[in-house]
Design a binder for this molecule. Sequence first.
Ligand SMILES: [Zn+2]
Ligand SMILES: [Zn+2]
Length: 59
Amino acid sequence: MSEATQKRKRKCISCGINISGTNAASFKCPECGYRIYRCAKCRKQSNLYECPDCGFTGP
Ligand SMILES: [Zn+2]
Ligand SMILES: [Zn+2]
């Protein structure tokens, strides 16, 4: 088992769970273009997100 290679982790921006392999949405921050991921659950609930890069918040 060699898990040395660091894969880019995909985490839901709202709840922080690992969303790799799930039906998650990805979009870019309208302010800075930072790639944001949100899990299906949070998308369904329309949870707010906050861009970790510029602090932009949106639905
Ligand atoms: Zn989530
Ligand atoms: Zn941003």
